[in-house]
Design a binder for this molecule. Structure first.
Ligand code: CDP
Ligand code: ZN
Length: 161
């Protein structure tokens, strides 16, 4: 059987500010700062959404869920992700695996990765062993190293049988 394979990548970054909750991968992480954004600013879910839309050739998150649209103010990024997944699945695509890197000088992501994987497995209707989450500091370098924000990179492989 020859499979129709596509790869997609997603990137996102949000500023870290006071008086905002820190929500990454649907997990609220206790921290002094949170991510700033029109929606809940879940940097990982946004990068995952872009990766799956990209793999299917469906543009990006901003095209489907404009941040100028009041409808998406404070939006739960997991709902946007599930909506994007529906679009991708309606075209016959299934996810093979997903690999993410979160760039955060602080806080430690490792202890929260299993909960993020559980959320992603539920949202993507995918077995948890097909989802990998890595974390890196930025070795103190640049804006990420100064803890001015958190970024995420995601790659995803999809197939059409
Ligand atoms: O050792 P290396 O320079 O490759 O990476 P690092 O940025 O020093 O991070 C070391 C390890 O800490 C990572 O492999 C992650 O397991 C963990 N880490 C984390 O859990 N949360 C972060 N925000 C950054 C790193
Ligand atoms: Zn975002």
């Amino acid at each position: 059987m020859v499979m129709n394979l596509r790869v997609g990548q997603g990137f996102d970054i949000h500023a870290l500010v006071e008086n905002r909750p820190l929500i990454i991968g649907g997990v609220t992480i206790p921290h002094t700062h949170g991510l700033l954004g029109h929606s809940d600013a879940d940097v990982l879910m946004h990068a995952v959404t872009d990766a799956i839309l990209g793999a299917a050739g469906l543009g990006d998150i901003g095209r489907h869920f404009p941040d100028t649209d009041e409808q998406y103010k404070g939006a739960d990024s997991r709902v946007l992700l599930r909506t994007a997944l529906d679009m991708v699945k309606r075209q016959g695509w299934e996810i093979i695996n997903l690999d993410a890197t979160i760039h955060a000088q602080a806080p430690k992501i490792g202890p929260h990765a299993p909960a993020m994987i559980e959320n992603l497995a539920a949202d993507l209707q995918l077995s948890a062993d097909r989802i990998n989450i890595k974390a890196k500091t930025n070795e103190g370098l640049g804006h990420l190293g100064r803890k001015e924000g958190i970024a995420a990179n995601v790659v995803v492989l999809i197939y059409q049988s």
